[in-house]
Design a protein around this ligand. Structure first.
Ligand code: NAP
Length: 354
């Protein structure tokens, strides 16, 4: 420790929304794939303390069973990306504790779901089962939901909040020669975003629109970051079981969905139905740890976690249609300035000893 900060050769890994299926599996795969002797510090995040504790206990138990010889430490911060004061506090807590961040997984995300259109779902499944479980349109989303900060809620949660935090953390990421990994989706095509509605307030596909924004923001920023010694990648985890959607399913619909996922993979040949969170975490860990970054020029691609019919995992890269990336970046930079002004002198301490 130096001035109360961590300065040894450990790797500091931040995973936002750690207690999600993908978040936990990113941690598990990191433990399995990284050098066994390197000391790791997992920085876990959630909006609530119980979920932070749960995530830390699960990662601890996994580490215990692994063949890792290096020390693994755990830390946390509470952050709600729909609250800019909370985002600023997260920045403050990280800079107080660390001189460098080596890996930052932008995994937390939310939608504003309003249930499932079951009749629409049945029709979609009958008409085109593969399409129905790959690009579903029957998950109903509310339109026009704003955060308390008066921004589009999904825009702030999935795009602007994490962007703002990362940009405040650039000195730490630069010091760690860090890698930023944004989690996108296969459902992030250009049709989900109108440049007249960047805060996603007039669309019933705000979740998908937020993933399109993340793709475009990545394209607009990765070169600038590279000049600061920071690698940034965009990945998509395919389709896997998500805790956040369980609340809309009962035991029959859950297993029905799972059955359709397996049918899509085994009989219809879908490469994106990873189903398991561990397989979904393949691409995030590939870009973080396995890709040769010394002279590699592939940041403009989106790396996807894919699976063969028999469940063998592989990486599949896709191109991103870049139209609108500079407009999106201009909009975000203006917002950043606006919030820099608004947040002057707004820091409180949210961490209590565990
Ligand atoms: N499931 C899929 O098939 C699929 C497909 C494509 C992409 N993805 C992407 O993969 C990632 C993980 O998905 P998942 O299904 O495993 O996650 P999930 O179950 O939906 O959980 C989302 C996580 O994000 C955190 N979170 C939500 N809103 C937040 C906010 N306002 N501020 C801070 N944290 C917030 C939650 O943390 P707390 O509740 O603990 O605060 C939770 O741990 C997401 O980016 C998702 O978009 C998933």
């Amino acid at each position: 420790m130096h001035n109360g900060k961590v300065v040894d050769d450990r790797k500091v890994i931040v995973i936002t929304g750690t207690n999600s299926n993908l978040g936990l599996n990113i941690a598990y795969r990191f433990i399995d794939t990284s050098d066994k002797e390197t000391r790791l510090t997992f920085v876990v995040t959630s909006r609530t303390l119980p979920r932070v504790k749960e995530a830390i206990n699960l990662i601890k138990a996994y580490t215990h069973k692994s063949k890792r010889t290096g020390i693994v430490d755990y830390d946390y911060f509470l952050v709600d990306f729909t609250n800019m004061v909370s985002v600023l506090n997260a920045y403050y807590e990280l800079t107080k504790t660390y001189d460098a961040i080596h890996y930052f997984f932008v995994n937390a995300a939310q939608g504003v779901y309003d249930g499932i259109d079951w009749v629409g779902a049945m029709k979609e499944v009958i008409a085109n089962p593969l399409e129905a479980v790959t690009n579903p349109t029957y998950k109903m989303q509310k339109v026009g939901v704003k955060s308390k900060d008066n921004m589009g809620l999904v825009f702030q949660a999935n795009v602007f909040g994490p962007y703002y935090l990362l940009h405040k953390l650039l000195p730490l990421l630069s010091a760690g020669n860090g890698t930023i990994i944004w989690i996108s989706s296969i459902m992030s095509g250009p049709k989900y975003l109108s440049l007249q509605d960047i805060e996603l307030l007039r669309t019933d596909s705000s979740y998908e629109g937020s993933k399109r924004l993340v793709d475009l923001l990545h394209l607009a920023t990765y070169k600038e970051l590279k000049s600061m010694g920071i690698h940034q990648y965009i990945v998509q985890p395919g389709i896997f079981t998500s805790h956040s959607f369980f609340k809309y399913l009962n035991v029959f619909t859950f297993y029905g969905m799972l059955l359709l996922f397996y049918i899509a993979r085994i009989f219809l040949g879908s490469k994106w139905h990873n189903i398991s969170g561990y397989k979904a975490a393949n691409a995030p860990i590939y870009v973080a740890l396995e890709m040769d970054k010394s002279n590699y020029e592939g940041e403009e691609l989106k790396y996807g976690s894919a699976t063969t019919r028999s469940g063998k995992e592989y990486i599949k890269a896709q191109e991103i249609i870049p139209i609108g990336s500079s407009d999106v970046y201009d909009y975000i930079k203006l917002k950043e300035k606006e919030w820099d002004e608004k947040l002057k002198g707004q820091i409180t301490n949210t961490r209590i000893p565990m």
